[in-house]
Write a protein that binds this ligand. Structure first.
Ligand code: UGA
Ligand code: MN
Length: 242
Protein backbone atom coordinates (compact mmCIF):
# COMPACT_ATOMS: atom_id res chain seq x y z
CA UNK A 1 0.00 0.00 0.00
CA UNK A 2 0.95 3.61 -0.65
CA UNK A 3 1.16 5.89 2.37
CA UNK A 4 -0.77 9.11 1.80
CA UNK A 5 0.57 11.70 4.24
CA UNK A 6 -1.66 14.77 4.57
CA UNK A 7 0.20 17.92 5.60
CA UNK A 8 -1.66 21.19 6.23
CA UNK A 9 0.75 24.13 6.09
CA UNK A 10 0.60 27.90 6.23
CA UNK A 11 2.82 30.81 5.26
CA UNK A 12 5.09 31.98 8.07
CA UNK A 13 8.79 32.59 8.70
CA UNK A 14 9.62 28.97 9.57
CA UNK A 15 7.55 27.30 6.85
CA UNK A 16 10.35 26.51 4.40
CA UNK A 17 12.52 25.08 7.18
CA UNK A 18 9.64 22.88 8.40
CA UNK A 19 8.82 21.55 4.94
CA UNK A 20 12.51 20.99 4.17
CA UNK A 21 12.84 18.84 7.28
CA UNK A 22 9.74 16.86 6.33
CA UNK A 23 10.83 16.35 2.73
CA UNK A 24 14.20 15.04 3.93
CA UNK A 25 12.35 12.39 5.89
CA UNK A 26 9.63 11.58 3.38
CA UNK A 27 11.94 11.12 0.39
CA UNK A 28 13.42 8.14 2.18
CA UNK A 29 10.07 6.38 2.50
CA UNK A 30 9.22 4.02 -0.38
CA UNK A 31 5.62 3.93 -1.64
CA UNK A 32 4.84 7.39 -0.36
CA UNK A 33 2.54 10.15 -1.63
CA UNK A 34 2.63 13.55 0.05
CA UNK A 35 -0.60 15.59 -0.01
CA UNK A 36 0.35 19.13 0.94
CA UNK A 37 -2.54 21.52 1.55
CA UNK A 38 -1.70 25.17 1.89
CA UNK A 39 -3.88 27.31 4.10
CA UNK A 40 -4.68 30.12 1.69
CA UNK A 41 -6.60 31.28 -1.35
CA UNK A 42 -3.98 29.89 -3.75
CA UNK A 43 -0.91 27.71 -3.89
CA UNK A 44 2.36 29.58 -3.37
CA UNK A 45 5.52 29.56 -5.47
CA UNK A 46 7.63 28.79 -2.41
CA UNK A 47 5.81 25.54 -1.68
CA UNK A 48 5.52 24.61 -5.38
CA UNK A 49 9.28 24.94 -5.86
CA UNK A 50 10.06 23.08 -2.67
CA UNK A 51 7.82 20.18 -3.68
CA UNK A 52 9.24 20.07 -7.21
CA UNK A 53 12.75 19.83 -5.79
CA UNK A 54 11.83 17.38 -3.05
CA UNK A 55 11.78 14.25 -5.25
CA UNK A 56 8.74 13.13 -3.22
CA UNK A 57 5.63 12.08 -5.19
CA UNK A 58 3.05 14.67 -4.22
CA UNK A 59 -0.23 16.47 -4.73
CA UNK A 60 -0.34 20.17 -3.99
CA UNK A 61 -3.68 21.66 -2.91
CA UNK A 62 -4.94 24.73 -1.10
CA UNK A 63 -7.90 25.54 1.13
CA UNK A 64 -8.55 28.77 2.95
CA UNK A 65 -9.35 28.83 6.65
CA UNK A 66 -12.11 31.44 7.04
CA UNK A 67 -10.89 34.43 9.07
CA UNK A 68 -13.39 33.78 11.87
CA UNK A 69 -11.68 30.44 12.56
CA UNK A 70 -8.17 31.92 12.80
CA UNK A 71 -8.32 32.57 16.53
CA UNK A 72 -6.80 31.07 19.61
CA UNK A 73 -8.97 28.32 21.03
CA UNK A 74 -10.07 27.18 17.57
CA UNK A 75 -9.02 23.83 16.08
CA UNK A 76 -6.48 24.18 13.29
CA UNK A 77 -6.30 22.87 9.75
CA UNK A 78 -9.86 21.51 9.55
CA UNK A 79 -10.47 22.79 6.00
CA UNK A 80 -7.06 21.64 4.77
CA UNK A 81 -7.43 18.06 6.02
CA UNK A 82 -10.94 17.89 4.56
CA UNK A 83 -9.64 19.13 1.19
CA UNK A 84 -7.13 16.28 1.18
CA UNK A 85 -9.84 13.74 2.08
CA UNK A 86 -11.94 15.17 -0.76
CA UNK A 87 -9.03 14.73 -3.17
CA UNK A 88 -8.56 11.09 -2.13
CA UNK A 89 -12.29 10.39 -2.56
CA UNK A 90 -12.25 11.99 -6.02
CA UNK A 91 -9.03 10.41 -7.29
CA UNK A 92 -8.78 7.01 -5.66
CA UNK A 93 -11.15 4.08 -6.00
CA UNK A 94 -11.93 0.72 -4.46
CA UNK A 95 -9.05 -1.52 -5.32
CA UNK A 96 -6.42 1.17 -4.66
CA UNK A 97 -4.32 0.09 -1.72
CA UNK A 98 -3.35 2.90 0.62
CA UNK A 99 -2.94 4.11 4.18
CA UNK A 100 -3.83 7.69 5.17
CA UNK A 101 -1.88 9.56 7.82
CA UNK A 102 -2.12 13.16 9.08
CA UNK A 103 1.40 14.61 9.12
CA UNK A 104 1.50 18.14 10.56
CA UNK A 105 4.42 20.18 9.30
CA UNK A 106 6.12 20.75 12.66
CA UNK A 107 6.28 17.20 14.03
CA UNK A 108 9.25 14.81 13.89
CA UNK A 109 8.79 11.45 12.14
CA UNK A 110 11.00 8.37 12.34
CA UNK A 111 11.28 6.19 9.24
CA UNK A 112 10.16 3.15 11.26
CA UNK A 113 6.79 4.83 11.84
CA UNK A 114 5.89 4.48 8.18
CA UNK A 115 6.75 0.79 8.08
CA UNK A 116 4.57 0.26 11.15
CA UNK A 117 1.53 2.03 9.69
CA UNK A 118 1.81 0.41 6.26
CA UNK A 119 0.03 -2.75 7.42
CA UNK A 120 -3.03 -0.85 8.72
CA UNK A 121 -6.14 -2.91 7.92
CA UNK A 122 -8.68 -0.41 9.21
CA UNK A 123 -7.40 2.06 11.83
CA UNK A 124 -4.08 1.73 13.63
CA UNK A 125 -2.72 3.62 16.67
CA UNK A 126 0.61 4.12 18.47
CA UNK A 127 2.26 6.40 21.05
CA UNK A 128 3.14 10.04 20.37
CA UNK A 129 6.03 11.72 22.18
CA UNK A 130 6.09 15.18 23.78
CA UNK A 131 2.36 15.82 23.84
CA UNK A 132 -0.53 16.37 26.23
CA UNK A 133 1.71 17.84 28.92
CA UNK A 134 3.58 14.54 29.25
CA UNK A 135 6.67 12.95 27.78
CA UNK A 136 4.32 10.82 25.75
CA UNK A 137 0.72 9.68 25.37
CA UNK A 138 -0.13 6.14 24.35
CA UNK A 139 -2.93 3.67 23.85
CA UNK A 140 -3.02 1.06 26.63
CA UNK A 141 -2.99 -2.45 25.19
CA UNK A 142 -4.09 -5.74 26.73
CA UNK A 143 -4.00 -9.01 24.80
CA UNK A 144 -3.44 -7.13 21.57
CA UNK A 145 -6.45 -4.82 22.03
CA UNK A 146 -6.66 -1.15 23.00
CA UNK A 147 -8.35 -0.94 26.42
CA UNK A 148 -7.69 2.69 27.34
CA UNK A 149 -5.31 5.61 27.06
CA UNK A 150 -2.33 6.88 29.00
CA UNK A 151 -2.78 10.64 28.79
CA UNK A 152 -2.41 13.72 30.94
CA UNK A 153 -5.02 15.77 29.19
CA UNK A 154 -8.77 15.33 28.83
CA UNK A 155 -8.81 11.66 29.64
CA UNK A 156 -12.53 11.74 28.80
CA UNK A 157 -11.71 11.79 25.07
CA UNK A 158 -13.04 8.54 23.53
CA UNK A 159 -9.86 8.38 21.42
CA UNK A 160 -7.24 10.19 23.51
CA UNK A 161 -4.68 10.50 20.73
CA UNK A 162 -2.98 13.30 18.84
CA UNK A 163 -3.38 13.66 15.07
CA UNK A 164 0.05 12.03 14.70
CA UNK A 165 -1.02 8.93 16.63
CA UNK A 166 -3.13 7.05 14.09
CA UNK A 167 -3.49 5.97 10.46
CA UNK A 168 -6.51 4.89 8.45
CA UNK A 169 -6.75 2.45 5.58
CA UNK A 170 -7.70 4.24 2.34
CA UNK A 171 -10.68 1.91 1.88
CA UNK A 172 -12.10 3.04 5.23
CA UNK A 173 -11.86 6.66 4.04
CA UNK A 174 -13.63 5.75 0.79
CA UNK A 175 -16.28 3.60 2.50
CA UNK A 176 -17.18 6.49 4.84
CA UNK A 177 -17.58 9.36 2.39
CA UNK A 178 -19.17 11.62 4.98
CA UNK A 179 -16.44 11.26 7.59
CA UNK A 180 -14.77 14.68 7.84
CA UNK A 181 -13.20 17.00 10.37
CA UNK A 182 -15.90 19.16 11.86
CA UNK A 183 -15.81 22.82 12.80
CA UNK A 184 -19.16 22.85 14.54
CA UNK A 185 -18.92 21.55 18.07
CA UNK A 186 -15.28 20.57 17.74
CA UNK A 187 -12.88 22.01 20.29
CA UNK A 188 -9.10 22.05 19.91
CA UNK A 189 -7.80 18.65 20.84
CA UNK A 190 -11.15 16.98 20.13
CA UNK A 191 -10.78 16.84 16.32
CA UNK A 192 -8.97 13.50 16.40
CA UNK A 193 -11.61 11.89 18.60
CA UNK A 194 -14.50 13.44 16.68
CA UNK A 195 -13.08 12.12 13.41
CA UNK A 196 -12.22 8.64 14.64
CA UNK A 197 -15.69 8.24 16.19
CA UNK A 198 -17.12 8.46 12.68
CA UNK A 199 -15.10 5.58 11.27
CA UNK A 200 -14.18 3.11 14.01
CA UNK A 201 -14.60 1.82 17.55
CA UNK A 202 -11.92 1.59 20.24
CA UNK A 203 -12.23 -2.23 20.31
CA UNK A 204 -11.17 -2.59 16.69
CA UNK A 205 -8.10 -0.33 16.78
CA UNK A 206 -4.86 -2.01 15.67
CA UNK A 207 -1.95 -1.30 18.04
CA UNK A 208 1.39 -0.68 16.31
CA UNK A 209 4.92 0.04 17.57
CA UNK A 210 5.32 -3.12 19.66
CA UNK A 211 1.87 -3.00 21.26
CA UNK A 212 2.24 0.77 21.67
CA UNK A 213 5.44 0.63 23.72
CA UNK A 214 7.68 2.58 21.30
CA UNK A 215 7.65 6.30 20.49
CA UNK A 216 8.25 6.71 16.73
CA UNK A 217 6.77 10.19 16.27
CA UNK A 218 7.13 13.36 18.33
CA UNK A 219 4.73 16.28 18.62
CA UNK A 220 7.54 18.81 18.43
CA UNK A 221 6.55 22.45 18.11
CA UNK A 222 8.78 25.06 16.57
CA UNK A 223 9.53 28.12 18.66
CA UNK A 224 8.10 31.36 17.30
CA UNK A 225 11.04 32.99 15.57
CA UNK A 226 12.34 36.37 16.76
CA UNK A 227 12.27 38.86 13.90
CA UNK A 228 12.69 41.87 16.18
CA UNK A 229 15.76 43.09 14.34
CA UNK A 230 14.33 43.01 10.83
CA UNK A 231 14.94 46.41 9.18
CA UNK A 232 11.87 48.58 8.55
CA UNK A 233 12.97 49.17 4.99
CA UNK A 234 14.91 46.81 2.79
CA UNK A 235 18.68 47.06 3.38
CA UNK A 236 19.97 44.00 1.62
CA UNK A 237 20.65 44.51 -2.07
CA UNK A 238 19.14 41.22 -3.16
CA UNK A 239 15.84 39.49 -2.43
CA UNK A 240 16.44 36.24 -0.56
CA UNK A 241 13.82 33.55 -0.04
CA UNK A 242 13.96 32.11 3.47
C1 UGA B 1 -2.30 20.13 17.86
C2 UGA B 1 -2.47 18.87 17.00
O1 UGA B 1 -1.23 18.17 16.94
C3 UGA B 1 -2.92 19.29 15.60
O2 UGA B 1 -3.00 18.16 14.77
C4 UGA B 1 -4.26 20.01 15.70
O3 UGA B 1 -4.66 20.46 14.43
C5 UGA B 1 -4.08 21.22 16.60
O4 UGA B 1 -3.55 20.84 17.89
C6 UGA B 1 -5.39 21.98 16.84
O5 UGA B 1 -5.38 22.91 17.63
O6 UGA B 1 -6.38 21.67 16.24
P1 UGA B 1 -0.46 22.13 17.34
O7 UGA B 1 1.00 21.82 17.36
O8 UGA B 1 -1.01 22.97 18.42
O9 UGA B 1 -1.23 20.78 17.23
O10 UGA B 1 -0.92 22.78 15.94
P2 UGA B 1 -0.04 23.28 14.72
O11 UGA B 1 1.09 22.35 14.47
O12 UGA B 1 0.26 24.72 14.92
O13 UGA B 1 -1.08 23.15 13.51
C7 UGA B 1 -1.45 21.88 12.99
C8 UGA B 1 -1.24 21.88 11.47
O14 UGA B 1 -2.07 22.86 10.89
C9 UGA B 1 0.19 22.22 11.04
O15 UGA B 1 0.57 21.38 9.97
C10 UGA B 1 0.10 23.68 10.61
O16 UGA B 1 1.03 24.04 9.59
C11 UGA B 1 -1.33 23.77 10.10
N1 UGA B 1 -1.94 25.11 10.26
C12 UGA B 1 -1.89 25.76 11.46
C13 UGA B 1 -2.58 25.70 9.19
O17 UGA B 1 -2.64 25.14 8.09
N2 UGA B 1 -3.14 26.96 9.35
C14 UGA B 1 -3.09 27.63 10.54
O18 UGA B 1 -3.60 28.77 10.62
C15 UGA B 1 -2.45 27.01 11.61
MN1 MN C 1 2.10 21.08 15.76
Amino acid sequence: PVIYAITPTYTRAVQKAELTRLSNTFRQVPGFHWIVVEDGGARTELVSRLLARSAVPHTHLHALTPRRYKRGGMPRATEQRNAALGWLRAHRTRGDRGVVFFADDDNTYSLELFEEMRSTQRVSVWPVGLVGGRRYERPLVEKGRVVGWYTGWRADRPFATDMAGFAVNLQVILANPRAVFKRRGSQPGMQESDFLKQITRVEELEPKAANCTQVLVWHTRTEKVNLGNEPKHRQDTVMIEV
